[in-house]
Design a binder for this molecule. Structure first.
Ligand code: X5A
Ligand code: ZN
Length: 662
């Protein structure tokens, strides 16, 4: 199951032929540098190359009017003046004798990608296209866009494959108003867009790009707009929106297919976006979407005008689609005030449509529309524009061994995994330590000793980057945890995030030095008191409340994990975890976004059946879909909310309401 890459040089063969300051950034080099970066980094070679095709008239008419299509078809025969006149009826768009041809290829590329994913030829993929699509409308070109590539792809997927629910994530920095208009009254397509808005001062300056455009009639609730009212947004701002808005709704919606309007003008250095999120953030955004729809994700290029940041961002996206774990997220320090205000507005507006937001606070009392804009420095334009420099994202090297498994004799090692051998010559220092601290006299048989020291061996291989992740099926998870966690945390630069799933006492004491962050997910109230680094989460009825559980993961565990930024994740399945397999696999897969995928999974003997699915998730296979979700148990929602409320002073990525700050 591979990753498709769709590209054709033909789409570089058109350009702006006259002077127009608002269009001059949309250049053929955008596509050339993106593709060259994929080739140079070796990523293109790892993809399945799929040819483009021309979209047919019937394909284009899925979204556009006959009249508009016929008009665009005449542009190759126009003189320069005629083309300029033709453009004048639209906003910020130019034509060229070859752009109609390229526009059919761009839409056709999106359709080829949908075909490749839907037929199972590949798992996911990316199409590098020009012209972009998300601004173009039923009857009009707009913002460099001729045909709406992604909207056409969504209609096509519904029609040709009977796809019931499509999620469109538009992370381009502009509002894809064309996509919004196309699906406004359609509940089968959920459109999410974040965009630079600045209280309607930023192009396309539409009233309907604000948070209160939620969709119409049957489609009410299926259009989600997150306006950025300031520039300079950072990685934390983007992640906050995913954790507290997009992902909870996306999981509740349960798409059969995810389409991404993958514009990279939302990255640092872009002259349009003026944001500060670094290219590696796209690895995380991609990763966080990859466990929806059983991994069926199609990314289609939209904007992106800083050639350096564009090429880096494209590489981060494609490498993640290929299954490599994302890099360590850099300097996350919580969302800014303006982000939290926007988040609060959208969450309270949408809580009537989505049960995951039922508990969201009321609309804030401050009146957003009458805010004194003259105080916004960001609007005092030119002088405040900064030239941004950022380091090139380090090469993401994945260890040759993606998953090493420590299994008892007689259990076969799943394909693609490496069998960690049981240590034969034991390090005497470690033996003494283990005998003193963990093994009782009656048990210090050589078997337990060698299992535990093999575990330590495994963790050391992960620290040295020889192994990416590990799984151990052990006789006693408690002892394994007691042995491995302190050992890993003792290395100077290490921080260990431990997640215990299931009831029972956590066998290690968590100190306040921050070397270990322990989160327990269990059915029962914890006996131990909560603290900054020991966080018991009580979820009644375990997996019979899948909704409550996934929401706790998305909006509590992930933000904590991201802010903590561990060097190792230890995921422990206690004997009585009671978690259904699909939920467990979602948890495992989502946690690969932390610590560069350095995760050790500890499972109790007796749970053999779960070894092979867990191993495949460590290898990067997407988790199965949870199915459409019903409302979570109110008591679970409440206890998670209370916990979030208590912890948000210590953990800034847990903030969701304006009151949470200051
Ligand atoms: C696809 C895209 C931007 C148009 C900006 C016009 N279009 N000012 O990023
Ligand atoms: Zn854009």
């Amino acid at each position: 199951m591979g990753t498709a890459l769709i590209y054709d040089e033909e789409m570089t063969r058109y350009k702006l032929l006259w002077v127009d300051p608002s269009c001059k950034i949309e250049v053929p080099e955008r596509l050339i540098v993106s593709y060259e970066a994929l080739v140079k980094s070796g990523l293109a070679d790892r993809c399945v190359s799929v040819p483009v095709r021309e979209a047919t008239d019937a394909d284009i008419l899925l979204v556009h009017s006959e009249e508009y299509l016929q008009a665009v078809k005449t542009t190759p025969f126009m003189t320069l003046e005629e083309m300029q006149d033709f453009c004048a009826q639209y906003g910020d768009v130019y034509f060229h004798p070859n752009i109609y041809h390229c526009a059919t290829l761009a839409a056709g590329a999106a359709l080829q990608l949908v075909d490749s994913v839907m037929t199972g030829k590949v798992r996911n993929g990316m199409a590098l296209v020009r012209p972009p699509g998300h601004h173009s409308m039923h009857n009009a070109a707009s913002g460099f866009c001729i045909f709406n590539n992604v909207a056409i792809a969504a209609q096509y997927a519904k029609q040709k494959y009977g796809v019931k629910r499509v999620l469109i994530v538009d992370w381009d920095i502009h509002h894809g108003q064309g996509v919004q208009y196309c699906f406004e009254d359609d509940p089968s397509v959920l459109y999410f867009s974040w965009h630079r808005y600045e209280h309607q001062k930023f192009w396309p300056k539409l009233r309907e790009s604000d948070f209160d455009s939620v969709g119409k009639e049957k489609g009410a609730g299926f259009n989600i707009n997150l306006p950025w009212n300031k520039v300079d947004m950072q990685n934390s701002d983007y992640l906050s929106i995913f954790h507290h808005l997009l992902l909870p709704i996306a999981y509740e919606f349960c798409p059969d297919l995810v389409l991404v309007c993958a514009g990279f003008d939302s990255a640092i250095g872009d002259p349009e976006g003026e944001m500060c999120a670094t290219p590696d953030i796209f690895a995380h955004l991609t990763h966080l979407l990859m466990n929806l729809a059983g991994g069926k994700l199609c990314a289609v290029l939209e904007g992106g005008y800083n050639l350096t940041s564009l090429a880096q961002s494209v590489c981060q996206t494609v490498q993640t689609l290929l299954g490599d774990p994302p890099p360590r997220p850099a300097n996350l320090d919580g969302p800014c005030q303006s982000t939290v205000e926007s988040l609060h507005c959208v969450r309270s507006t949408h809580r009537q449509y989505w049960s995951c937001l039922k508990h969201a606070a009321d609309l804030p009392t401050f009146d957003v529309s009458t805010k004194d804009l003259s105080l916004d420095e960001s609007l005092n334009s030119e002088e405040s524009k900064e030239e941004h420099v950022w380091p090139e994202p380090p090469k993401r090297l994945t260890p040759a061994i993606r998953a090493a498994l420590l299994l008892p004799d007689g259990i076969t090692c799943p394909d693609g995994c490496y069998r960690q051998s049981v240590s034969e010559c034991l390090d005497p220092l470690i033996v003494t330590k283990l005998k003193e601290n963990i093994l009782t006299d009656s048990e210090d048989d050589s078997n337990a000793l060698s299992t535990l020291s093999s575990l330590i061996d495994l963790v050391e291989k992960m620290e040295k980057d020889e192994v990416c992740s590990g799984l151990a099926l052990v006789h006693d998870v408690s002892k394994a945890m007691k042995c491995v966690v302190p050992h890993a945390a003792s290395a100077l630069k290490n921080r260990v995030l431990v997640i215990c799933v299931g009831d029972g006492k956590v066998p290690i004491h968590v100190s306040e030095d921050g070397k270990v962050l322990m989160v327990q997910l269990s059915n029962k109230e914890s006996q131990e008191p909560e603290s900054r680094y020991f966080i018991p989460v009580c979820l009644k009825k375990g997996c019979s409340d899948v909704s409550g559980f996934i929401q706790a993961i998305l909006s509590l565990l992930l933000p904590l994990g991201y802010e903590y930024d561990p060097s190792l994740v230890v995921l422990v399945q206690m004997s009585d975890s009671g978690l259904c397999e699909s939920m467990w696999l979602q948890l495992t897969s989502l946690l690969r976004g932390l610590a560069q995928g350095h995760m050790l999974v500890l499972m109790q003997k007796g749970n053999e059946a779960c070894v092979s699915p867990t191993a495949s998730s460590l290898l990067g296979d997407p988790a199965p879909s949870l199915g459409p979700l019903v409302a979570p148990l109110p008591e679970n929602v409440e206890s998670v909310e209370m916990l979030r409320h208590r912890l948000k002073a210590d953990w800034k990525l847990l903030q969701t309401t304006a009151q949470d700050i200051g």
